[in-house]
Write a protein that binds this ligand. Structure first.
Ligand code: ATP
Length: 247
């Protein structure tokens, strides 16, 4: 297995708080990788360091053998690292289809001033993406009226419109009902298995982590506490201690 992303010795402090401490790990091509840890462990800070929203104090991020440390988010996103957020925020007054068309227009660098022309160009591509996420029936629905699970899946469709090779997903299933969680994660698994994407996701629901992740990275107080397969991480006594044996 070769790594699509390598993180070496990453450090980030906010004032006196060392949010990320000497963190090193890799994400392999075609891997569904979980990043877990208690509140304040440094997961979001890590994501912000990977997608360029923050610059590290020291350390290196290498994506496809290229150092991307400190590049601005737009450059990193153009190189193929996408991101979804804990709180999805589509354009509420637009339809589901229009949101995806807008993302495709932006990805292909077309002007939004030619919106009515440009959106037609990407109609089929947008519908194919919606189909892949079982959202085609909601295509004409205004986003403001969508169910929460559909909003999260739309956010994924928008991220996919940019054709990422590596997707960072910040708590993709937060706030979802159990059956919606399984549906979304099955779709993410499909993206990895059928479309060769690599995914790094944070998650508080351990049943989701243990069911879907190939490998799990555990952070605690900014540092790597454990890194391994689901079995290895579950058996790790330090991990059991911070999760109070709830594994
Ligand atoms: P959660 O699961 O609650 O989202 P997390 O694992 O994502 O937590 P971070 O949000 O990365 O953790 O926070 C790591 C540490 O850095 C915490 O101690 C947090 O209080 C601190 N921190 C995060 N953002 C800032 C900031 N902008 N300014 C100061 N301290 C911050």
């Amino acid at each position: 297995m070769t790594a699509i992303l390598q993180v070496r010795g990453l450090n980030k402090a906010y004032g006196g708080v060392q949010a990320v401490k000497d963190v090193s790990f890799a994400v392999n091509h075609g891997e569904l990788r979980a990043l877990i840890g208690p509140n304040g462990a440094g997961k979001t800070t890590c994501f912000n360091l990977l997608n360029g929203q923050l610059s590290p104090d020291s350390g290196e991020v290498v994506y496809r053998d290229r150092a991307i440390t400190g590049l601005p988010p737009r450059r990193i996103w153009r190189l193929g690292i996408g991101r979804t957020f804990q709180i999805a925020a589509p354009f509420a007054s637009m339809t589901v289809l229009e949101n995806v068309q807008m993302a495709l227009i932006s990805h292909h660098g077309r002007s939004r001033r030619l919106w009515s022309h440009a959106r037609n160009l990407y109609h089929a591509e947008a519908m194919a993406l919606l189909q892949r996420l079982d959202l085609e029936e909601a295509a004409r629905q205004t986003c403001g009226t969508l169910a929460y699970g559909d909003i999260k899946r739309l956010e994924l469709a928008v991220a996919l419109a940019h054709g990422p090779d590596l997707l960072l997903m910040d708590e993709p299933t937060a706030g979802m009902a159990p059956e919606e969680r399984a549906q979304l994660m099955d779709q993410v698994k499909n993206l990895v298995e059928q479309h060769g994407m690599s995914v790094l996701f944070t998650e508080h629901d351990m049943s989701v982590v243990f069911r879907y992740a190939h490998r799990v990275l555990v952070l605690d107080q900014g540092a790597v506490l454990a890194d391994g397969t689901v079995g290895e991480v579950r058996r790790n006594s330090e991990v059991q201690r911070i999760y109070l044996g709830d594994l």
